[in-house]
Design a protein around this ligand. Structure first.
Ligand code: GTP
Ligand code: MG
Length: 195
């Protein structure tokens, strides 16, 4: 799946720009700056494929990447604080919500949670939307290289507690670091099982 080339297909700014649902897809959602684009780069082994940056609000479109024989990988704009004009942010937040609740071929949403911060109110909002839309979602802890073992356990417990309240949540979560490559193989294996 990931050994073969992954390519950028298109960036989408409105629902009518979505590519045809001719295969399944998985998406990467999460607060601005949580590490969505970096995770896609780590998964595909292509550093500059999805644009990552330290500026919250870097990804402003829904970006589709193709895998050979596998699902589309979909990089989403972040939610929460973004370093962009309010009107622009509102537009992409509406698009994000429309996408998360109205894409028939969306097989799983990975909801990325910063290992240092745990589940926040805006994450709860997105999880509630996914419950309502019956989209199975799986939590992925990011940037785990940035926390100490003790703190990691605390955040894990907080995240597990939050997930237990959401019917659409997949019970197992994945701990990752795109920087160190931790958890990346596990996540690849999960994606490879989705059809
Ligand atoms: P938006 O598109 O703005 O919503 O952000 P994003 O969620 O796509 O985050 P992005 O991948 O752009 O990463 C944000 C910042 O976090 C960048 O400076 C990354 O280098 C950094 N980062 C991402 N993943 C990791 C990680 O696993 N470890 C560390 N230490 N830094 C990371
Ligand atoms: Mg991004």
């Amino acid at each position: 799946l990931f050994a073969a080339p992954t390519d950028f297909l298109k960036g989408v700014v409105a629902m009518d720009g979505l590519p045809p649902g001719d295969r399944v897809e998985v998406c990467f959602a999460g607060r601005s700056n949580v590490g969505k684009s970096s995770l896609i780069n780590a998964l595909t082994g292509r550093k500059g494929l999805a644009r990552a940056s330290n500026t919250p609000g870097r990804t402003q479109e829904i970006n589709f990447f193709t895998t050979t024989g596998g699902p589309y990988l979909v990089d989403l704009p972040g939610y929460g604080f973004a370093n962009a004009p309010v009107k622009v942010v509102e537009k992409w937040q509406r698009l994000l919500k429309a996408y998360l609740s109205g894409r028939a071929t969306l097989r799983r949403a990975f909801v990325l949670i910063d290992s240092r911060h745990g589940v926040k109110a805006v994450d709860e909002e997105i999880m509630a939307l996914l419950d309502k839309s019956a989209v199975t979602f799986q939590a992925v802890l990011t940037k785990s290289d940035k926390v100490k073992e003790n703190d990691r356990a605390k955040v894990l417990a907080q995240v597990r507690g939050a997930l237990s309240k959401h019917p659409a949540a997949f019970p197992e979560l994945v701990v990752t670091s795109s920087e160190k490559g931790w958890g990346i193989d596990t996540l690849r294996a999960i994606i490879a099982t989705l059809e």
